[in-house]
Design a binder for this molecule. Sequence first.
Ligand code: MD3
Ligand code: FE
Length: 218
Amino acid sequence: MSGFDFGVAAGPGSPREIAPQVTWLPHFVATAPLRDAIDRIAAAAPFRHLVVPRGGRMSVAMTNCGTWGWHSDRRGYRYVDVDPETGRPWPAIPPAFLDLAARAAAAGGFPGYVPDACLVNRYAIGAQMGAHRDYDELDMSQPIVSVSIGLPATFLWYGARRTDPPVSVLLEDGDVLVWGGSARAGYHAVRKLKAPRGMAPVTGDAPLRYNLTFRRAR
Ligand code: MD3
Ligand code: FE
């Protein structure tokens, strides 16, 4: 099935190139402040399940912050500067997010990163993202920075062909991935989110995973 497995967590502060120009930064950031910021974003631009052009509803709920927000409906995929749900511009990217994205991009070999879009994905138990490529952005030389928050999920990296055996990475709370260059147009997917087991829900936290995906859309 998988070409390689990186299921065992590396220690914090040990960047690892899991494929050419795909850098994994395990436990790069403390996520409690990020969760609070996500709650504020969602208060202004609620999470919603977008419809894909063929009519299906995505299992992942999404919202955005930034000048541009990713949107999908029957007409296609695109970036929009007004939230079609609220009729208002998307909330601004919080300064702490911009700082995090720039520090992570630099650690992955892309200094001077200034994203103008941040897609916020929310996975409940059972949600998944099928194999796809992201190419709605104008300048594909700009990297993407992804920040995982909450429950762990298995991320699959296929690379140039979706039929190749994927590299599998268990993304945990605080992990960051940076993609650029040759990896920017690669196929990737997220496996169906599993319910946590073996521990009582003492924290009162909802069983969710969030992913911040920073992009340069324009
Ligand atoms: C590699 N999100 O929103 S983030 C997405 O965990 C998406 O929610 C996943 O794929 C998630 O499009 C994975 C990592 C990611 C995002 C965009 C990429 C990896 C990428 C674009 C090109 C190459
Ligand atoms: Fe993607």
